[in-house]
Design a protein around this ligand. Structure first.
Ligand code: KG4
Ligand code: ZN
Length: 345
């Protein structure tokens, strides 16, 4: 018979999301629905996410998004076995909206509640999309985080590298801002880069060749700003070439770190014939970065698990799935569990 069915709620940043995920008879997780409402339009005029606007938008949208997730799954709440909601890290106002809503549903229906770490949601998303086994390497690249993690089991994460300054998504977003492209930067930089020449501007590959697995993107950002200033006023082709050059530098930088991480994984787990690299976070949707990772995995005899873009970016399915693994492990939370703006894995 089927395993548990989980309703997941995600409100930590600027997407209001809900999803229903079930453990199927064959042991694989099934995404029964995955509804995401982006607040991009609300924040666009401000060039970034405004916490107070985000929280209010979550309040207005969340009930309808949960209703839509249940409708898409063709289920009533009676078929749901537990409620999972992101309780951190993120913007506290939004976290409170999602956590309170999830707790109220759990209390009213007498269901278990799971307060999910958003980063754990990202970290487990390759298991949701692929069913891969522990342990695996994870590259998490989002607007707030750039990390290389060893994922050994549920709740068992070792951080092998992180950024010493900007997150990769943040670097994309700042590049977009500098070049007057709309927020959020990543998809717009990628679209412009497709029309550009990645070899026109020589930008640095920060940390390349260094033994430790950390990232740094502020030097790349500064180099880009200096090139942009030197070529002002920029015409469209300059912007496209700058985007392409930046994206190539970012992809090569990430590939270099991953090469080292895969080598370290091999040393640690010599018995694993084919290591797996999972990708998560909004930047994981970037085709150039995915291609660079694929090439790196191929030459290292590893397998790349890059979930579809909708599961890389913030979504409710990854939260429901983290809740599913936690329910199966008997690790649910009391209803007074608190939200946390900062919460490293
Ligand atoms: O995981 P996510 O949706 O939210 C966070 O938890 O941060 O990631 C959002 C980040 C933003 O910085 C956005 O610009 C970036 O992911 N992003 C991309 C692409 N799509 C989203 N960066 C590069 N290329 C993309 N196609
Ligand atoms: Zn995220």
């Amino acid at each position: 018979t089927d395993g548990p069915t989980i309703l997941g709620i995600e409100t930590s940043c600027d997407e209001t999301a809900a999803a229903v995920v079930r453990r199927g008879v064959d042991g694989r997780a099934i995404i029964l629905s995955n509804v995401v409402l982006s607040q991009i339009a609300e924040h666009q005029a401000f060039g970034g996410v405004v916490p107070e606007i985000a929280a209010r938008a979550h309040v207005e949208a969340l009930d309808g998004i949960i209703r839509a997730a249940l409708d898409d799954a063709d289920l009533g709440l009676g078929a749901v076995d537990a409620i999972a909601a992101t309780i951190g890290p993120g913007l506290v106002g939004g976290l409170l909206v999602g956590a309170m809503t999830g707790k109220v549903i759990a209390a009213a229906r007498g269901l278990p509640f799971i307060g999910v770490n958003h980063l754990e949601g990202h970290a487990l998303s390759p298991r949701l999309s692929d069913g891969l086994a522990y342990p695996y390497l994870l590259l998490l690249v989002s607007g707030g985080h750039s990390q290389i993690l060893l994922v050994s089991g549920l709740g068992d994460y070792e951080r092998w590298g992180s950024t010493i300054d900007d997150a990769l998504g943040e670097a994309f977003d700042k590049t977009a801002k500098l070049l007057s492209l709309p927020h959020p930067g990543g998809p717009n930089v990628e679209a412009m880069a497709a029309k550009g020449d990645a070899t026109r501007f020589a930008l640095p590959r920060p940390m390349k060749g260094e033994a430790r697995l950390d990232f740094s993107f502020s030097g790349l950002k500064t180099a880009l700003r200096l090139v942009a200033e030197a070529h002002a006023p920029l015409v469209d082709q300059d912007v496209a070439d700058l985007c392409a050059s930046f994206q190539r530098a970012a992809a090569e930088t990430v590939a270099d770190r991953i090469r080292r991480a895969l080598a370290r994984f091999r040393e640690r787990f010599p018995e694993i014939a084919q290591p797996v690299l999972g990708v998560a976070g909004g930047v994981g949707a970037n085709a150039d970065i995915r291609a660079a990772l694929k090439a790196e995995c191929e030459s290292a005899g590893a397998r790349l698990v890059a979930p579809p873009a909708a599961l890389c970016a913030d979504n409710g399915a990854m939260i429901a799935y983290a809740g599913l693994e936690r329910v199966e492990a008997g690790r649910t939370d009391p209803l007074d569990v608190a939200v946390r703006s900062r919460w490293p894995l």
